[in-house]
Write a protein that binds this ligand. Structure first.
Ligand code: GCW
Length: 666
C-alpha cells in the first residue's frame, strides 16, 4: 500500500482497478449520476478504461442505467439496484439515481468477480430506510470533552479554532466513504449543543449548508442537533414551552429558514432533559409535546425529528437501591406510545444503560409499537477501548439486531428499527487514519453495511473491508494478511469483554475518561451505575421478585428468561441478578472463578494479538500503518494486564476465594 493511500481508508484508488479498466456506459442524468460519472472517469483515467455517457456503438463491459425496473420484479425503490451479468456485459439498473451510486460501490466491492462468468439478476435494497451517522463534533474545543465528544481520533474534520475549516476536503472524503458503505444521513454536531453550536441553526447556518453541499453529491442528507432552549437562547423569548404559540411560531419560522438555505435538510436531533440538557420537563410538558412541536415545524418540508430516549436521573443517591437507571427510558417513554407524530423518531440506545461492553437489548425497542423507533449504536469506542484497543464491534451489533424480543419466529430488533432507522455515533476525527486506530475504521464500515443489511455476517463484512482497504492480492502474501487481520479482529469484542466486563457488569471504568479500570470508580457516584460487590457476591438484582422490577419491562419469553438465574444467559447474569461468588454458571464454573479465568485469558489473548502482528511479514501493509497498529497493540497489552490485575485483585480481596489454579493475583 502506498503512503498516500492512508487517507483513503476503504476507498484507495486500487479498489477501483476492476471498474476502472473496463469500458463503461452510463444512461441517465442528474446530480448523483454526475457523481457516478466522476467516480468512473477518475478510475478509468487511472486504469485505462473508458466511460461514455449515453448511446454509442462501441462494445461495453459495464452498463449503468437509470430506467424503471419492471414493476413485476418489485422495482428498486429510492436506493436499490439490480445487478446482472450476461454475455460478457455487467448491468446495473436502478429506478433512482441513488440506486446507481450504491450499485457502483457494490461493483467496486465485488472487484473482478463482477466481471467474470454469468450472474443471474440480484436485487439489492436497503433493509432500513434511514441509515444515519451522528457526529459528536463541537465547533469549539470543549474544556472537558475536547472538540469531538468521546472522540478518539483527533479534532473535528468540519471545524477548527471555532470556525468552519477552510479546507473541507476531508468532509468530501468522508461523504464518499459513508456512501460506499450505505449511509444516507449525517448529523453534523454533538447532541450536547453548547452555546456556539446552538447558532448553527440560525446565524451560522451557512456552515451547515457548506457541509450539506459536500454530502449531497453522495446522496447523504444533513441533520442538525438543536438545543431545546433555542427559542430562549437564540430567539430572545422568555420561554421554550413547546405548547406556547410564540415558541411554536419561532420554530416554524426558523425551520422555514433552514429549508430555504438547505432544501434537502434531513431534520433535527434532540437530547432533551438528559445529562443537563434543557427539555420539556421544565414546563411540565411531556417528551411527546416537545418532539411533536419540532415534528410540526419540520413536516411541511418533509423533515424528521430524532428525539433521544436517553433520559434518566444523573443525580441519583447511590444509597437508594430502588431507583434503577436501566428502567428510566422505558418508564419515561412507553406511556407516550402512540402520541408521537409520524415524522418523529424515537432514538433509543441499543442497551438500557449506556453503550457498555455487554448489555441486554433496551426494552423500549420492544414496547412502542405505535412509535417510530430508531436504534442507536456507538462506533466511537467510548467504553470499548477508545480506539487504542482493537475491538471489532460488528459481532455485538449483529447480536443486538438479530435479537428476537418476542421469541423465535417473531420480528427481530432490525425489523423493529426499520420503522425508524439505525444510527451510529461516528468514530472519526482529523487523524490521518480517520479513526486513530487504523483497524477501528472497520467499525464505521460495518455499521453502514449492517444498516443496509442487518443480516450480514460480521466476518463477511470484515472480508469486504479487508479486501477494499488492504488489497491483499496486491501483496506478496495475501493469505497471511487476511488471516492475521481476521485473527486480530474477529473475536476482539469477546476478548475485550473478557479482560474488562464480566457477566454483564459495566462501568468499572475510570470516572470521566471512561478509559482503564476503576472497579469502584462509579460505585458511590450519582450516575446510577453500580455493581454492588460485597464480600459475599456481586450484581444488580433487577428481578420482579426481589429487585427493581426491570425484568418486567420485557415481553415474554425474555421477561421470564431474565427473571431466573437458572435461565438467564451467563453473559448477562450480573446485569440481572445479585449472586454469591460461588454461584455456578451454566458453563460449570463459579462466578468468581469465571472472573479470574476470563481476565487471565483476555489479557493472554492480547499478547497473542501483538505476536500475530509482530509476525506479519514486512511489506504486507504500509510501514506507517504497521507502526501505528504496533504502538496501539502495546498499549492494549499494557492496559489489558492492568485490567486483569485490578479486577482479579479486587475480587480476591473482596471474596477471599483463591484462584483454583493458583495464578498470581496481587
Ligand atoms: O455515554 C454518554 C457519554 C456522553 C454522551 C452521552 C449521550 C454526548 O459519556 O459523553 O454525550 O452518553 O449519549 O448523550
Amino acid at each position: 500500500m502506498k503512503r498516500q493511500d492512508l487517507h483513503a481508508a476503504w476507498l484507495p484508488p486500487a479498489a477501483f482497478r476492476s471498474v476502472g479498466s473496463r469500458h463503461t456506459v452510463v444512461h441517465g442524468d442528474g446530480p448523483l449520476l454526475d457523481t457516478v460519472l466522476a467516480e468512473l472517469r477518475e478510475a478509468a483515467g487511472r486504469y485505462g478504461g473508458t466511460v461514455r455517457h449515453g448511446d454509442g456503438a462501441e462494445p461495453v463491459d459495464l452498463v449503468l442505467a437509470l430506467s424503471a425496473v419492471p414493476a413485476e420484479s418489485g422495482g428498486t425503490g429510492d436506493e436499490g439496484f439490480v445487478l446482472a451479468r450476461r454475455d460478457g456485459v455487467t448491468t446495473l439498473l436502478a429506478d433512482a439515481p441513488a440506486g446507481l451510486l450504491h450499485g457502483l460501490f457494490h461493483v467496486v466491492r465485488l472487484g473482478e468477480p463482477a466481471f467474470t462468468g454469468e450472474r443471474p439478476a440480484e436485487h439489492h435494497r436497503p433493509a432500513l430506510h434511514r441509515r444515519i451517522v451522528d457526529d459528536w463534533d463541537n465547533v469549539d474545543v470543549h474544556p472537558v470533552m475536547g472538540q469531538v465528544e468521546r472522540g478518539y481520533a483527533g479534532g473535528s474534520i468540519v471545524w477548527r479554532d471555532g470556525a468552519l475549516r477552510e479546507d473541507l476536503s476531508r468532509v468530501a472524503g468522508y461523504a464518499r466513504l459513508l456512501a460506499c458503505c450505505g449511509i444516507n444521513g449525517l448529523v453534523v454536531n454533538n447532541v450536547n449543543v453548547h452555546a456556539s453550536e446552538a447558532h448553527l441553526l440560525t446565524d451560522r447556518l451557512g456552515e451547515v449548508a457548506a457541509v450539506a453541499g459536500l454530502l449531497r453529491p453522495y446522496g447523504i442528507r444533513i441533520h442538525l442537533s438543536v438545543n431545546f432552549a433555542s427559542p430562549v437562547q437564540l430567539g430572545g423569548l422568555p420561554t421554550a414551552d413547546p405548547l406556547d404559540e410564540r415558541v411554536r411560531e419561532w420554530w416554524a419560522h426558523t425551520t422555514r429558514g433552514v429549508y430555504e438555505t438547505i432544501p434537502d435538510f434531513g431534520g433535527y436531533l434532540v437530547k432533551a432533559d438528559s445529562e443537563g440538557q434543557p427539555g420539556p420537563f421544565a414546563y411540565g410538558r411531556t417528551h411527546a409535546d416537545g418532539a411533536n412541536m419540532l415534528a410540526d415545524a419540520l413536516a411541511p418540508f418533509g423533515g424528521v425529528v430524532h428525539w433521544r430516549a436517553f433520559v434518566y436521573n444523573h443525580r441519583q443517591d447511590w444509597r437508594d437501591r430502588g431507583t434503577d437507571r436501566a428502567r428510566a427510558a422505558y418508564d419515561h417513554f412507553v406511556p407516550l406510545d402512540g402520541e408521537f407524530r409520524d415524522n418523529a423518531v424515537l432514538q433509543v440506545k441499543h442497551g438500557p444503560l449506556d453503550f457498555q461492553t455487554r448489555e441486554p437489548v433496551s426494552p423500549v425497542i420492544t414496547a412502542m409499537p405505535r412509535t417510530r423507533v430508531a436504534v442507536e449504536l456507538q462506533a466511537t469506542q467510548e467504553y470499548t477501548g477508545q480506539q487504542r484497543h482493537v475491538c471489532y464491534l460488528a459481532p455485538m451489533w449483529r447480536t443486538v439486531l438479530g435479537f428476537r424480543p418476542w421469541g423465535e419466529d417473531r420480528p427481530d430488533v432490525a425489523q423493529v428499527a426499520a420503522g425508524g432507522g439505525l444510527v451510529g455515533v461516528s468514530n472519526v476525527g482529523d487523524d490521518p487514519y480517520w479513526t486513530g486506530h487504523p483497524l477501528a475504521q472497520a467499525n464505521l464500515y460495518a455499521f453502514g453495511r449492517l444498516a443496509w443489511d442487518p443480516t450480514l455476517d460480521p466476518a463477511a463484512i470484515l472480508d469486504e473491508w479487508i479486501e477494499l482497504t488492504f488489497r491483499p492480492d496486491d501483496t506478496a502474501d495475501p493469505q497471511t494478511l487476511r488471516r492475521t487481520l481476521h485473527e486480530l479482529m474477529d473475536g476482539s469484542w469477546q476478548t475485550y469483554e473478557q479482560y474488562t466486563a464480566p457477566l454483564g457488569v459495566g462501568f468499572m471504568v475510570s470516572p470521566g475518561s471512561h478509559y482503564g479500570p476503576s472497579v469502584d470508580g462509579y460505585e458511590y457516584s450519582p450516575w446510577g451505575t453500580y455493581h454492588f460487590a460485597d464480600r459475599d457476591g456481586i450484581g444488580v438484582d433487577r428481578t420482579r421478585a426481589t429487585g427493581t422490577g426491570y425484568t418486567g419491562q420485557y415481553p415474554a419469553p425474555w421477561s421470564d428468561i431474565y427473571e431466573s438465574p437458572d435461565t438467564c444467559p451467563d453473559e448477562l447474569l450480573l446485569f440481572f441478578h445479585h449472586v454469591p461468588y460461588h454461584h455456578v454458571l451454566h458453563s460449570g464454573r463459579t462466578v468468581i472463578q469465571h472472573i479470574y479465568d476470563t481476565h487471565f485469558e483476555g489479557a493472554r489473548r492480547t499478547e497473542r494479538m501483538r505476536e500475530l502482528w509482530r509476525d506479519l511479514p514486512a511489506g504486507l501493509v504500509d510501514p506507517a500503518l504497521y507502526a501505528r497498529v504496533s504502538e496501539r497493540l502495546d498499549e492494549q497489552v499494557r492496559s489489558a494486564h492492568e485490567w486483569r490485575d485490578q479486577i482479579n485483585t479486587y475480587f480476591l480481596r473482596k471474596s477471599g476465594v483463591p484462584d483454583a489454579h493458583g495464578r498470581r493475583i496481587y
